[in-house]
Design a protein around this ligand. Sequence first.
Ligand code: BT5
Length: 270
Amino acid sequence: MISEPPARPPLDAARATRATLLPGVRVEVVAEAPSTNALVAERAQAGAEEGLVVVAEHQTAGRGRLDRTWETPARSALTFSLLLRPTVPLATWPWLPLLAGYAVDKALKAAGFEASVKWPNDVLLDDRKVAGVLVERVETPAGPAAVVGVGLNVGMTAEELPVPEATSLAVAGGVDLPDRTDLLLGLLASLWESYTAWQEGGELAAGRLAESYAAACATIGRPVRVQLPADRTLCGTATGIDASGRLLVEHDGETTAVSAGDVVHVRADV
Ligand code: BT5
């Protein structure tokens, strides 16, 4: 028997879009969009300024990394994208997805959840994926911009989870389910705070982010299997994150720095 999905109140758009929320951040709520990342990328190309946030109550063609999909029923999740125009060197932009995952993790911890990050940019609850981050670089007339997309499963029921490795705040339980508008504002505040500290704080702030990220990262210290481009696999133990945000994997007496790949946390007891 398939149970009825619970009643799902809409976001309080008036509260979310209040201009004084955070200096520099402007929130727009739309009922439906194929992908908020695609929408914000278009707006960036048309000249939108840093700080634009578009939230979709229902994302119908959500994107993951490497052409994968991100699936969430209407009003069961938070799906939004934030436009950034970082002025730090492009070589440091690979930190953006890590920064975003860390900021989501921090906001969830503030709401009472025992979250952790999985390198590079998943957020986990009970070792299952509750949020994903997709950062895309977009060329615009005003220079390169970054679109930071976040998908967080909030009220999805167990039947609605698209893959067995997924969870939602409701399924994980343990804490009263937060109001989605409060959660959105908490996530944006956390993202904006981490971003401005990193963007304005030079090497000291970069070092601090690296330390905080490593402390929140459940991947470090774990046996891992990393799926690399071109169908290669690397098995070893994750030992840390280097200054460029790469995952360090120790295997066969040597250490490899991985910049892109999918990580499986391998259970030590199997
Ligand atoms: C991600 O990709 O995790 C990035 C997801 C980013 C989604 C946001 S929503 C707002 C913005 N607009 C967009 O169009 N995208 C961003 P990746 O690591 O490639 O993971 C994708 C994989 O996660 C899929 O292949 C599924 O296996 C799984 N998946 C799909 N939907 C999921 C969900 N709701 N919860 C957990 N896992 C999911």
